[in-house]
Design a protein. Structure first.
Length: 95
């Protein structure tokens, strides 16, 4: 049985990602208080949330460094979950 070595992030990478997530969180907190961003508040918050989600999954869950098949399975599962959520909103006339 052969062992395949996978590249993993260094502690420095973890700290840089954590700092980036902290900055993104600070921006997310500030967005509701900036009045001229009112028309685009929801899309901005969704974009920042998505960016943070993808970053955490890719780096901290090591999905970026694992086999591509794992990424595919995870991506399909997330897309199916989002589609199910949208269908449920439509069924219960939530929008």
């Amino acid at each position: 049985m052969s062992s395949v070595a996978h590249a993993h992030p260094t502690p420095k990478t973890y700290w840089l990602v954590a700092a980036g997530l902290a900055v993104a969180t600070a921006i997310e907190i500030a967005i509701p208080y900036i009045e001229f961003l009112d028309p685009v508040r929801a899309p901005l918050l969704i974009a920042f949330g998505t960016l943070k989600f993808v970053t955490v999954v890719a780096i901290f869950m090591h999905l970026r460094y694992d086999l591509k098949g794992y990424r595919y399975v995870f991506t399909v599962a997330v897309v199916v979950a989002i589609l199910m959520f949208i269908v449920m909103l439509a069924v219960f006339q939530a929008f």
